[in-house]
Design a protein around this ligand. Structure first.
Ligand code: CP3
Length: 378
């Protein structure tokens, strides 16, 4: 009887052995994963790690070059209705991730939701772009709300939580806002502009009055970004698309100082959330921007040479960029050469592959697949 029992026991043990082995494997695996800080390449890079091949995502990766975006776009007239519908915004954010497998998703929204939530209604008119009732004096700043209307922005934060819940393990989620200066250009000009007469002249003739508008934008941008982090954004990008129209001293006052203030305030509560700054067109001022704003990474436009980025900027910060979107649109051998040049120049430090500005609407999606293959080719 006893013998029988022990035979049964040992045969049970034999049966269990593969499971015990698998169990130990699992324990080892979990230990390795938990001692590695993160498996998200974008976060590792912004933490200062050099990765070859580099992580890749593209500005405006969700948008008009994708037929699946155009399908959803045709269901609404005003573009902002997409941003304020968290189910549609979630779906649009995920479209390029599913199609191309980027290393990061950027939440589908717009920098102009901020003035909209401050009470300066924004319309997107087809063939024109954004249209706002302009604010051009200190008195008119008083017509804005004291703080952003949270009911308006709530869907943006909901989209972030929904996207965060459905992203694969290696994909980082980026939240964003416009920098105070760039958002101010749209608020003062009343939309897109060529000459920037009103905003430049106001900033030159009445810097204190204009400074009130920037102060309001610093405060509301900080709140908007903090709420995005609370909803699940793991990285923040600050878009300063019109930094390049400022003189060096104006750049310091209207671009560097406001962005530094936003970064400082966010880092008080969220020191571990990396922030990327994109002062488009900054030229010689990129270096000072990297030193003085406190950002963890600098996104660089396509007018800057990758060699200079590698030799100068990358010594101070993680860099992101900077393929010309027109080269992506054309594709082929020009793109092959340019990608190889960018990779070679930036392989010795933390680098995120991106464009020097957003994807153009007529870009063939097949060129994006080809670009990703080139970037990931060791
Ligand atoms: O990158 C992404 O995929 C996320 C979504 C995103 C959009 N706008 C969607 C969008 C992001 C990050 C932005 C940022 C943004 N918005 C910037 C900074 C970056 C830049 O391009 O310089 C600026 C200046 C804006 C303001 C804005 N939004 C303008 C001037 C326009 C009209 C011009 C244009 O490109 O159509 C938009 C519209 C807009 N924002 C579209 C998208 C997909 C196209 C709207 C449409 O489908 O009709």
């Amino acid at each position: 009887m006893e013998k029988n029992q022990s035979t049964v026991f040992s045969s049970q043990l034999q049966l269990k052995q593969p499971y015990i082995f698998l169990y130990y494997l699992l324990v080892i695996e979990v230990t390795i994963i938990s001692t590695q800080k993160t498996d998200k390449l974008l976060l590792r890079c912004l933490n200062g790690e050099t990765l070859n091949p580099p992580p890749i995502w593209l500005m405006r990766q969700a948008g008009r070059y994708l037929p699946e975006y155009m399908d959803i776009r045709s269901s609404v007239t005003n573009f902002l209705d997409l941003c304020y519908n968290s189910d549609l915004a979630t779906e649009i954010t995920l479209q390029p991730i599913r199609r191309f497998g980027f290393d990061a998703a950027i939440i589908f929204s717009d920098i102009l939701v901020l003035p909209d939530a401050l009470g300066q209604k924004v319309d997107f008119k087809s063939g024109i772009g954004p249209v706002l009732k302009p604010i051009r004096s200190r008195n008119q700043i008083g017509e804005l709300r004291k703080v952003c209307e949270q009911e308006i922005l709530k869907p943006v934060y909901e989209s972030i939580s929904k996207v965060a819940a459905s992203l694969g393990p290696g994909v980082a989620l980026i939240g964003f806002a416009g920098a105070p200066w760039t958002v101010a250009t749209y608020m003062v000009e009343g939309g897109s502009s060529k000459g920037f007469n009103y905003v430049k002249n106001w900033a030159i003739s009445d810097p204190e009055g204009f400074g009130e508008l920037i102060k309001k934008l610093i405060e509301s941008t900080t709140v908007h970004l903090t709420k995005q982090i609370e909803a699940g954004a793991e990285v923040i990008q600050i878009f300063d698309s019109w930094a390049g129209i400022l003189s060096p001293s104006e750049f310091q006052r209207w671009c560097v100082e406001p962005v530094a203030e936003v970064v400082r305030s966010i880092k008080v509560d969220y020191p571990e959330i990396p922030i990327i700054g994109f002062p488009k067109g900054a030229g010689l001022s990129y270096e000072g921007y990297a030193e003085k704003t406190g950002v963890d990474g600098v996104s660089v436009d396509y007018t800057v040479s990758p060699a200079w980025m590698g030799q100068t900027l990358q010594r101070k910060t993680a860099v992101q960029g900077n393929l010309d979107p027109h080269i992506l649109q054309v594709g082929g051998s020009v793109m092959i050469n340019e990608v190889s040049k960018i990779k070679k120049s930036l392989e010795n430090g933390p680098f995120i592959f991106n464009l020097g500005h957003g994807i153009l609407p007529d870009t063939p999606p097949i060129n994006v697949s080809h670009l990703i293959e080139l970037v990931r080719d060791p």
